[in-house]
Design a protein around this ligand. Structure first.
Ligand code: ATP
Ligand code: MG
Length: 407
């Protein structure tokens, strides 16, 4: 479907007298028969021509020659052929120059497998033998690896990430240059490092990508991350069993033996959002709370956790615990179902369901309002939910008075 809409865009450009090709990741993934999630198009039309031909557009990155073209509910990035001049900051070219030759455009791309174009009849332009590398399962830079990594150090991480997504090896010169140029990663914004590492950890072969990173000592400018990936390497096969990225990061942090504070400072280092950070912190906290402890009273059970953190978070925590304990043959879904069943069986699940309110407690105790109310209500909720005490005003008010005394 997506491809049909993109074919229309190519045809329109051609009808207006321009060249137009599918390019980059979509060509690679079609040839590999992998799912394609976005389609990029390159053309010798200038941005102003593209905008004229497609009135329904967004001028996404005109200075780089990119216009987003909308057609039939889909959106495609259409980019003018370009070459890139010197990179003085090891990340962005100092200037881009529009060119008229497709080959020049392909030559600025990072890896041979990403430097192929395909016309609308399926004919391939592959001046750097990307197809051969696809067949041999190799990530190889277009031209000198050392030069390409020095121009843009993000490519170092992209190499490991593509290797992890495709289960490819790096060709030997590319791998050597990865080790030689690793220090250049200090020029890359931590957010970008995070994006690539998240793609790598979320890929189908994360252990493969991490082995490449560790061999090259690629993360040496981030000593904490470098340690994390080395210590967590034996756990990398388990990462794939997990679903969310928060679970995956939490497993790595747990496996590396990081204390909760150390884990959080690592997460901050990568500029994760507060939401992501809180989720990872909560998962690590639950896992620590649920770890069987010598002192029974220090560890909590599922019912307790479900009441405190809710079923969704507990299902995630359950995945994480399974990965830690490596129950590899167990079906994850049946485990999740039993956590959900346990939740369903709780006689009450929230304060709203209690037969008394904070107001009732105030009246019954003659005390002035304060944090004791929330504390007492939570205590009562646990008594009813976990110890099956009666959910009646009489019992709850009597127990409430006792708890207030103890508070
Ligand atoms: P995916 O979208 O699946 O992550 P992709 O190959 O489409 O993979 P994008 O980041 O979307 O990757 O980039 C699109 C294309 O742009 C790439 O295939 C590559 O040709 C080129 N490209 C992207 N980033 C760089 C870079 N840092 N250096 C050189 N070329 C790049
Ligand atoms: Mg892409």
């Amino acid at each position: 479907m997506l491809k049909e809409q993109a074919l229309y865009v190519l045809a329109q450009l051609e009808e207006n007298g321009y060249e137009a090709f599918f390019v980059g990741g979509c060509v690679r993934d079609w040839l590999l028969k992998r799912p394609v999630h976005d389609i990029d198009i390159c053309t010798n039309a200038q941005p102003c021509d593209i905008m004229r031909i497609f009135p329904d557009h967004i001028p996404t990155g005109l200075q780089h020659g990119t216009v987003s073209v909308k057609h039939d509910g889909a959106i495609f990035e259409v980019t003018t052929y370009r070459a890139e001049a010197a990179y003085s900051d090891h990340r962005r070219p100092d200037e881009v120059r529009f060119v008229s030759d497709l080959r020049e455009d392909l030559a600025r791309r990072d890896f041979t497998i990403n430097a192929m174009a395909m016309d609308r009849h399926g004919r391939l332009s592959d001046p750097f033998s990307g197809q051969t590398d696809l067949l041999s399962g190799l990530v190889r830079t277009v031209g000198s690896a050392q030069e390409r990594f020095t121009e843009d150090a993000l490519r170092l991480l992209r190499a490991a990430r593509f290797a992890a997504q495709l289960q490819f090896d790096l060709d030997s010169k590319t791998e050597q240059a990865l080790a030689d140029c690793a220090d250049l990663l200090r020029h890359i914004a931590p957010e970008r490092v995070r994006v690539e590492l998240c793609k790598l950890i979320g890929s189908d072969y994360p252990w493969h990508g991490v082995a490449i990173i560790n061999r090259a000592e690629l993360l040496r400018v981030y000593p904490e991350l470098d340690q994390l990936f080395k210590l967590a390497a034996p756990y990398m096969h388990r990462v794939r069993k997990l679903t969310s990225l928060a679970e995956k990061w939490a497993l790595l942090l747990y496996a590396s033996g990081a204390t909760n504070e150390a884990a959080l400072s690592l997460v901050a280092l990568l500029r994760m959002s507060n939401r992501e950070r809180d989720k990872i912190a909560l998962l690590l906290h639950i896992v620590t709370e649920m770890r069987p402890s010598w002192d029974e009273s220090e560890s909590i059970g599922w019912e307790h956790a479900l009441l405190r953190y809710g079923p969704e978070t507990c299902v995630e925590a359950n995945h994480l615990l399974q990965a830690i304990w490596w129950e590899q043959d167990e079906a994850t879904d049946s485990h999740s179902q039993s956590v959900i069943d346990t939740y369903e069986r709780l006689p009450v699940k929230s304060l709203k369901e209690l037969a008394v309110t904070g107001k009732d407690l105030l009246t019954a105790t003659d005390k002035t309002a304060g944090p004791w109310i929330a504390h007492t209500l939570q205590h009562l909720l646990e008594q009813v939910a976990l110890y099956h005490k009666p959910n009646t005003p009489e019992w709850l008010l009597a127990e409430g008075r006792k708890e207030v005394e103890r508070y």
